[in-house]
Design a protein around this ligand. Structure first.
Ligand SMILES: *[C@@H]1O[C@H](CO)[C@@H](O)[C@H](O)[C@H]1NC(C)=O
Ligand SMILES: *[C@@H]1O[C@H](CO)[C@@H](O)[C@H](O)[C@H]1NC(C)=O
Ligand SMILES: *[C@@H]1O[C@H](CO)[C@@H](O)[C@H](O)[C@H]1NC(C)=O
Ligand SMILES: *[C@@H]1O[C@H](CO)[C@@H](O)[C@H](O)[C@H]1NC(C)=O
Length: 242
């Protein structure tokens, strides 16, 4: 096997807003769907069933931890920045489900798919992500190590609050005063191809910032949902095998 066709790209890989996970579980092949928009049940909690606690404030992260425990984790609850994984849920132990101020309780929504029998060979360990609030570009097009720029740049893919485009231009800003980001309110007005994200964009104070700059935030954009959000930049080399 030879390796050919290397090219550089920069991937700005952010918190993923929803995910689909699959894993082996005792009953079979298990699948779980989580989403940042998932509504928890406020001021309710299971008592006496948390078997593992983490310091994590985002429901999404807690969902992932719960998923990782496979069958053992039936639900989870969060209080401030504490994520508690539960070995029973409100259906299996309703007598332990109480009003509890400050807690938000989440059902796990596990689905069992493709029942695995001893002779079957289904691999359930794949993880696939929906690419939401994510962007990817070639370093040739957006050189985040050097670029001092405010204008339209080519992206391989960019997704903001469910709006996306591929192989298109969208605003990119990085100057001495601003960390790299794009603006969903003002960006679409400067002639770039990606404009659909202006629907629902926050206008005040400075136009919704996404990816890496947090002055005007939008809770609907998972990666710039608050001043505490973080942005991860991944630099990679794509290797094509022939
Ligand atoms: C997790 O935190 C809750 C609430 O503070 C506590 O009741 C429970 O015992 C903790 N569980 C573990 C495994 O530490
Ligand atoms: C991009 O948006 C289209 C139209 O809303 C949607 O059908 C598609 O699933 C999205 N693609 C990705 C990769 O998110
Ligand atoms: C974007 O361009 C790349 C490289 O030319 C191509 O592989 C990919 O299929 C294109 N994506 C879309 C959605 O057109
Ligand atoms: C984020 O920080 C800015 C600047 O300190 C402040 O003006 C803004 O109100 C903060 N936004 C939120 C949602 O806390």
């Amino acid at each position: 096997m030879t390796l050919a066709n290397y090219f550089l790209f920069v991937s700005i890989f952010l918190d993923i807003c929803s995910l689909k996970l699959a894993a082996d579980c005792q009953k079979g092949c298990e699948q779980s769907r989580g989403s940042i928009g998932k509504a928890g049940m406020k001021n309710l909690a299971m008592q006496g069933h948390s078997f593992r606690n983490y310091t994590l404030s985002k429901p999404y992260d807690c969902h992932v931890k719960c998923f990782e425990e496979k069958c053992k984790c039936q639900a989870y609850q969060i209080r401030e920045n504490r994520c508690e994984l539960l070995d029973e849920d409100r259906f299996s132990a309703p007598e332990d489900f109480f009003k509890e101020k400050g807690y938000t309780y989440y059902d796990m929504n596990r689905e069992y798919v493709n029942q695995v029998t001893s002779e079957s060979n289904i691999q359930c360990a794949e993880v696939s992500y929906y690419l939401r609030d994510y962007l990817r570009a070639k370093l040739n097009d957006i050189d985040v190590m050097r670029l001092n720029f405010d204008g339209c740049k080519k992206y391989e893919f960019i997704s903001i609050r469910g709006y996306n485009c591929s192989n298109c231009t969208a605003q990119f800003v990085q100057t001495d005063n601003w960390h790299a980001h794009t603006d969903s309110f003002w960006g679409p007005k400067i002639g770039c191809q990606f404009t659909s994200q202006s629907t629902g964009a926050v206008r005040l104070l400075g136009g919704e910032d996404n990816f890496g700059w947090y002055q005007t935030v939008n809770p609907a954009h998972r990666c710039t949902s608050s001043n505490d959000s973080t942005t991860q930049w991944w630099l990679g080399v794509l290797i094509r095998r022939h």
